[in-house]
Write a protein that binds this ligand. Sequence first.
Ligand SMILES: [Fe+2]
Ligand SMILES: [Fe+2]
Length: 191
Amino acid sequence: MKALSILRQEHSALTAVLHGLQFLAGQIERGEKCDIRVLRAMLFYIDSFPDRFHHPKEDGYLFPTIQKRTGAADAVIAKLEEEHHQGMLAIRVVEQRLLHYEEGGAAYAMPLVQSLHDYIEAYRRHIRTEEEVLLPIAEQVLLPEDWRELGEVFSGHLDPLLGLDARQGFDRLFTHIVNIAPPPLGVGPEA
Ligand SMILES: [Fe+2]
Ligand SMILES: [Fe+2]
């Protein structure tokens, strides 16, 4: 099903960026040199891509379609919607602490590392809940016409804001992150 594979692909890209953030948080925590440019690019991606392209698919289309077919997912959907909102607030905290770290140096490292760990863990848990709890319910209750419509919306055939053209910039940004991130994260120069 196209809609499912689009959601899972987006979760994979987000998971890759979360893995990258964890690697960089580890470098900062150990007092090692960390490429702030890569950290900033990853934060920009994870701050803007889900908000513009991923969460609208879930909040605006997937969740209401599931709720049209069953009430069994109401509680988990309320929790996931709240987590989308909390995630937006949590990334602001990370960005603010990064500024403190850049200006104030090592004394500000641990608050930044802590906010990164909290953010990464919460986001991973969120994705796990969607993949392991919500999507299996969707697979049980959605009808073929629901999947067809979600597939068309997610491919941009019905909603140009979620379309391929609009998201090309983010695909380029993801490639850019891979290109500037040093191994083992990406293919950029060694730190
Ligand atoms: Fe979500
Ligand atoms: Fe998601």
